[in-house]
Design a protein around this ligand. Structure first.
Ligand code: GLU
Length: 426
């Protein structure tokens, strides 16, 4: 299916954003220059060019990346993205954000990210499997349950993880479930992992609304950009809690109904292969992704790509609260505009950390061969998210900074102190 993409494609700007945020956060910390420089740069970066035989019989060469940004606190952790727009700078930015996200959540991980330059919608199921298995075999020397643990991200899912787990296991000669997280349940996946990021976004949004004294779900209207793994589970969880979702979008555009959308129907509709642009119901208006961000609502949840809220639209956002489901959806200039307009922004490394937190539970379960039930997963996830939210708010108050700067500074300081305690070798 050819779609008319109305999302702004990310580019090198994501890395500029990550570095600008880093510089702002480290400016409130007293750290040795050498340590700052060490944390600012990725530890190691891999680029792979590899062949895949397509259904036509033709051989195509694909490019893939894996960046290990930091491994001071433990093995690096982060997803693998399949997108035609993936590039090394984007992967560097995403890897860096993973380091801060894991440190903020107090998980024993560093940060990594990977990607393949490919539009997965243009691949047949066989081609997708061949590409994934070949990429996995290229990754074998640089991943392990104690070195680097991949997971799903945009364009990849539990099926992708199953192929990576199988390819790795076949290569080493025994089953290694802990090599990836976000796997299907029957090969060592965790209860609740699929929904974890979206649910986490809503758990964090609840906290933010409570602290603003505005926790009245039935009176709060949400707009969610993105209806993939993060956006869809955030929307489903939000309506379960009594919120109204008035706008939602996918790559082809969005739908808006000020009286609330039927999210369950939209979920079934899109999961049977349709785009939101094909959804036709009385009272439902079609809008572009750009328009969606500026529509009337109380909470805006960007849950798609980087670089969506910029200096071009930040002045027109109507929401009083932004909860970042995506990684890096807001540029530094937009951050400043939103701050000056008193719009509260809960940053990505806190708001979407539910995913990697349940990934951590999955890895622990796989290493111990002992599995928890969904009640336990959700109890631990909620506890960890609440504690992290509290830490960020207290740190923000103490340092008199916004939530993004507080979250990043807290996380960076944690990695910095561990670096200093360990010392540099030799
Ligand atoms: N890709 C997800 C993220 O950006 C999950 C990473 C993981 O579970 O390792 O947080």
């Amino acid at each position: 299916m050819t779609v008319n993409t109305t999302l702004i494609a990310p580019g090198a700007e994501a890395y500029d954003t990550a570095l600008a945020q880093f510089d702002r956060a480290t400016s409130i910390l007293k750290l040795p220059t050498g340590v700052i420089e060490f944390l600012r740069l990725p530890k190691r970066e891999y680029t792979f060019n590899f062949p895949v035989q397509m259904d036509s019989g033709e051989t195509k060469i694909f490019t893939g990346y894996r960046v290990h940004h930091n491994i001071v606190l433990g093995p690096s952790k982060g997803g693998i993205r399949y997108s035609p727009h993936v590039n090394l700078n984007e992967v560097r930015a995403l890897a860096m954000w993973m380091t801060w996200k894991c440190a903020l959540m107090q998980l024993p991980y560093g940060g990594a990210k990977g990607g393949v330059v490919v539009d997965p919608h243009q691949l047949s199921a066989r081609e997708n499997e061949m590409l994934t298995r070949r990429f996995a075999s290229e990754l074998v020397p640089v991943i392990s349950p104690h070195i680097d643990i991949p997971a799903p991200d945009m364009g990849t899912n539990s099926k992708t993880m199953a192929w990576i787990m199988d390819t790795y296991s076949m290569t080493v000669g025994y089953s290694v479930p802990a090599i990836v997280t976000g796997k299907p349940l029957n090969i060592g996946g965790s209860e609740g992992r699929e929904e974890a990021t979206g649910r986490g976004v809503i758990i964090i949004m609840d906290e933010a609304l409570k602290r603003k004294g505005l926790y009245e779900p039935e009176k709060s209207r949400l707009i969610i950009q993105g209806f993939g793994n993060v956006g869809s589970h955030a929307a489903l969880h939000a309506i379960e809690k009594g919120y109204q979702v008035v706008g939602i979008s996918d790559v082809g555009g969005g739908v808006y109904d000020p009286n609330g959308l039927d999210i369950k129907e939209l979920y079934t509709f899109t999961r049977s292969g349709h785009m939101l642009a094909d959804y036709d119901q009385p009272g439902v208006e079609h809008v572009s992704n750009k328009e969606l961000l500026e529509l009337d609502c109380d909470v805006l949840i960007p849950a798609a790509l980087e670089g969506q809220i910029t200096e071009r639209n930040a002045g027109r956002v109507k929401a009083h609260l932004i909860v970042e489901g995506a990684n890096g959806p807001t540029t530094p200039i937009a951050d400043e505009i939103l701050r000056s307009r008193n719009i509260t922004l809960v940053p990505d490394i806190l708001a979407n950390a539910g995913g990697v937190t349940v990934s951590y539970f999955e890895w622990v379960q796989d290493l111990q061969f002992f599995f928890w039930d969904e009640v336990e997963i959700m109890r631990q996830l909620t506890r960890i998210l609440h504690k992290a939210y509290d830490r960020v708010v207290r740190f923000a108050e103490e340092k008199d900074v916004d939530l993004r700067t507080a979250a990043q500074a807290y996380a960076i300081d944690r990695v910095a102190q561990a670096t200093i305690t360990r010392g540099f070798y030799p």
